[in-house]
Design a protein around this ligand. Sequence first.
Ligand SMILES: Nc1nc2c(ncn2[C@@H]2O[C@H](COP(=O)(O)OP(=O)(O)OP(=O)(O)O)[C@@H](O)[C@H]2O)c(=O)[nH]1
Ligand SMILES: [Mg+2]
Length: 283
Amino acid sequence: MQWYPGHMKAARKEIVKAISSNDVVLEVLDARMPLASSNPTLADICRGKPCLKLLCKTDLADPQVTSAWRRHLESGPDAPKVLELALLKPNTGETRTRVLEACRALAPRRDTRAKPVRGLVVGIPNVGKSTLINVLMERKVTRASDQPGVTTVTQLVTLREGVALTDNPGVLWPRIDEPSLMRLAVGGAIPESELDYEVAGAFFVELLLARYPAAAAARYGIDAAATSPSALLEHIGRRHGLGPGGRIDLQKAGNVLIHEFRSGKLGRISLEVPETAASDSTP
Ligand SMILES: Nc1nc2c(ncn2[C@@H]2O[C@H](COP(=O)(O)OP(=O)(O)OP(=O)(O)O)[C@@H](O)[C@H]2O)c(=O)[nH]1
Ligand SMILES: [Mg+2]
């Protein structure tokens, strides 16, 4: 994967520069893949700073798996505070309060009118950093959209409580391992232009049949126990029209499947479980 645009490199440098003048790090993770979406280079930069880990997109993730991830992360090194968030809910007031309280609790000595808490919002692309900023600001102050790499420059905002937060561009890291790369591709952290939908689709269809056979059966009208991953991908390809010469277009099938997953049409699905952190075997 060659995608490492200039703004990402610049953003990483900005975070290195800004870390000492901030009090807390708000690390935004994708609840469907908390391990794949945690950038080890950001962890290195932010080590030692009080950190709030925010599992976003919980409305799309398997709720039991998300709870297991929260417990797993909270019992990890430095025992960070972890919050589960669904940022697109109609009423985000309660979410705002929870994030703000957790953030201020991490920097009690700073939390005064003269010295308000300063926080860096960091994470990989497309996890919800800018959406979080908009929720905390209670209005749209920055562009958020379902494409990775939307934010290309840092933006400082000040909440009405005085807390000052910086929205940062999403940052990936070099030499991402293959299983993480697949999850990042399926989850939407890598742009369409870099994606081979046939490969990503083959990865996801295997995970779907192994972990969520009932969801596959309900959505595609198949007998999940008797259907192989390749047969399901071909089935989806056939349903969405054959390509030239009557061939099944597996790129298109993978594309359809992955977009159905991302939009929640397959139900609430997680791409990795905490045991993945120990074994990193997939699916
Ligand atoms: N379903 C769901 N979608 C979310 C949630 N949070 C953010 N999104 C969506 O995820 C997409 C990406 O959100 P952004 O806020 O632009 O993500 P970002 O981390 O700022 O991305 P970059 O600027 O590219 O690094 C948008 O389509 C949001 O609407 C959530 O909790 N649930
Ligand atoms: Mg953004």
